[in-house]
Design a binder for this molecule. Structure first.
Ligand code: SAM
Length: 343
């Protein structure tokens, strides 16, 4: 990480400045060293990544699940980049990359909270002049990000969004996309992010939406049975689910649901059979644009992490009731996206 970015990091406990001791550097890039607090705590910088994560986190299973996923699927980002970028632009009301660019104009510091392999962080850096910090608890994700991103203004930090090494009221924009529902207390995590945002700063946040009753039941049932499995076994279990998704999609059958069935949350209308099954009975993602392994990783990513909260739109909307001005609000079957300004 560049020394010019490192100097903004503070002790996550005391929020006081840290002293940088350099062991190895290449120009402005600090490769090995440590950040030391005035009153004791020390945080290593290893292979260019400063680390603030302790092993003893409530989220250990969820963190390991993502870490192993990113390590297994090194080409996830390149393979899915366009799909997820377009989805992001639509949900948050930017529509085109130029819309995102206009939104980011003049911003100085951006946080991609739970950056994964850094897709969104890269988009932010490429379409602004800001310094972009990509933070994640899964070190393996950041290693893939460093290998693939290499944008000079993206700085990756191994840290928890509940224990961020940044001053309060620091960021112009925080993006926390598809992350906060994996934390033990999403509302608390949201408030922790709010503290790091300047007044007038913006947030983009996405949470999973509650699904139809049978789908909710199946989600919990499968999660309970596979979240304790090692990654390879869990991936194997998911393969059956992924194949089912592919089989249903290949049928190309449309079903006509004649009327709403409120007892189980099913709504009327014509829908592809795989989509009907996926949204109402059991997540069995399939997209022909991706290879089998990627489709399977997407199903695994749903079922394996222990923490995976889902919300009603009203519940999530209540987070923004006080001290926020909502700029974009998008509810679809998968999840709810909100872009808001801190007032
Ligand atoms: C579904 S992935 C989404 C990654 C990225 N935002 C994207 O859209 O591709 C969730 C990511 O959040 C990270 N994560 C989960 N809990 C976290 C926490 N408490 N602090 C930081 N990152 C976290 C996981 O390690 C994982 O990389």
């Amino acid at each position: 990480m560049r020394e010019s970015a490192l100097k903004h990091l503070v002790c996550p406990e005391t929020l006081r400045p840290l002293r940088l001791d350099i062991v190895e550097a290449s120009g402005d890039d600090i490769i090995e060293g440590k950040l030391a607090g005035l009153d004791g705590p020390e945080y290593p910088v290893h292979e260019g990544i400063p680390s603030f994560v302790s092993e003893n986190t409530l989220q250990t299973q969820t963190v390991r699940s993502f870490a192993q996923k990113w390590a297994k699927h090194g080409y996830y980002r390149t393979h899915t980049n366009k799909f997820y970028t377009d989805w992001y632009l639509q949900r948050y009301g930017f529509y085109e990359m130029s819309g995102l660019g206009r939104f980011l104009d003049g911003m100085e510091f951006i946080l991609d909270a739970g950056t994964g392999t850094g897709r969104d962080a890269t988009n932010f850096a490429e379409h602004s002049a800001a310094t972009v910090f990509g933070v994640d608890t899964a070190r393996e994700a950041l290693e893939v990000a460093l290998r693939d991103v290499c944008h000079a203004r993206v700085a990756v930090v191994h840290a928890d969004i509940n224990r961020l090494p940044f001053p309060d009221a620091f960021f112009d924009f925080i993006s926390c996309d598809q992350v906060i529902h994996h934390t033990p207390d999403p509302r608390e995590a949201f408030e922790n992010l709010r503290r790091k945002l300047k007044r007038g700063g913006r947030i983009c946040c996405y949470v999973y939406k509650k699904k139809a009753a049978i789908r909710e039941f199946t989600d919990d049932y499968i999660r309970q049975s596979i979240s304790g499995l090692p990654i390879d076994e869990a991936l194997e279990v998911c393969e059956g689910i992924t194949r089912l998704g592919r089989t249903l999609a290949n049928l190309n059958v449309t079903v006509d649901i004649e009327e709403d069935i409120p007892a189980v949350g099913i709504t009327k209308g014509k829908v592809d059979l795989q989509r009907f099954f996926h949204w109402n009975v059991m997540k069995c993602f399939w997209n022909d644009e991706f290879d089998f392994f990627t489709n399977n990783i997407i199903n695994f990513d749903w079922y394996h992490p222990e923490y995976c909260f889902r919300f009603e739109p009203e519940e999530f909307g209540a987070w923004f009731a006080d001290g926020w001005e909502i700029e974009a609000w998008d509810v679809r079957e998968a999840g709810i996206s909100c872009r808001a300004r801190k007032v």
